[in-house]
Design a protein around this ligand. Structure first.
Ligand code: ZN
Length: 242
């Protein structure tokens, strides 16, 4: 079974379309979306409709719930808040209802899927260090946990000796005796200094996870952000990858 792990589109239609084109070449059996369809970019409704069609499992992100009015935007920085307020005005009633209906966490025999952390998903904390990862491993029993939220690809491995490892986020050979928390990066607003859209593929038969990078039409995404009157930096950061 080949599972595509997608996260953090943030209303970037151009990045999402490029990833969908790439998926067609990849012989994917199932698509999991790990949260934040909207917020920051200029095409919220288009991205929601595409993900609804494409993904078999869809998890809520903090921006999804904030833009739908379920969460407060008080903790957001000024740019994120401006984008959330803009998105609230643009969302159709149907798409707002769709965002409100999304679950915080899903799981199957193999893996847990969550936007922020598997331990307290509703707190929207980050897993960016080995100590944070170690704490999270206590909260689930599956072999794998796929997350998004930081927009920075990462793999934390808990081996049998329990000495936590932060390893290269690009490829992972999955062994029988270790467990992993995997961040598959962001499609629509990467922050690891690489502006290309990021997503992951997990092949459960070959026991391999691979992070993919896809070039997309950044210029058009930027022009739409500026034309929408969203903060300039939200356009600029796309070409910087941060
Ligand atoms: Zn996000």
């Amino acid at each position: 079974m080949r599972t595509a792990l997608l996260s953090d589109i943030h209303s970037n239609l151009e990045a999402l379309l490029a990833v969908i084109a790439d998926l067609r070449e990849e012989n994917i059996d199932t698509v999991v979306f790990l949260g934040d369809i909207v917020g920051y970019g200029a095409s919220p409704n288009e991205c929601i409709r595409l993900i609804d069609e494409l993904a078999d499992t869809i998890i809520a992100g903090n921006h999804d719930w904030a833009c739908a009015g379920k969460n407060t935007i008080q903790g957001f920085n000024p740019r994120a808040r401006a984008a959330a307020e803009w998105t609230r005005k643009k969302l159709t009633a149907e798409n707002r209802g769709f965002l409100l209906s999304l679950p915080l966490k899903e799981k199957n025999d193999d893996a847990v899927y969550v936007h922020a952390t598997p331990c307290f998903p509703e707190s929207w904390d980050y897993v960016t260090s080995r100590s944070e990862a170690k704490f999270c491993f206590e909260s689930f029993s599956a072999k794998l946990c796929f997350i998004g939220h930081s927009h920075i690809p990462a793999i934390f491995t808990l081996p049998p000796d329990r000495k936590m490892i932060a390893q290269s986020p690009d490829t992972l050979m999955i062994s029988d005796d270790s467990r992993h928390i995997i961040n598959c990066g962001s499609i629509g607003q990467p922050r690891d200094n690489n502006p290309m859209a990021a997503y992951g593929i997990y092949d459960s038969k070959k026991k391999i996870y691979v992070l993919k990078r896809v070039a997309y039409d950044i210029r058009t995404a930027q022009e739409k952000i500026l034309a929408a009157g969203l903060p300039d930096f939200l356009a600029k950061r796309l070409e910087l990858g941060r």
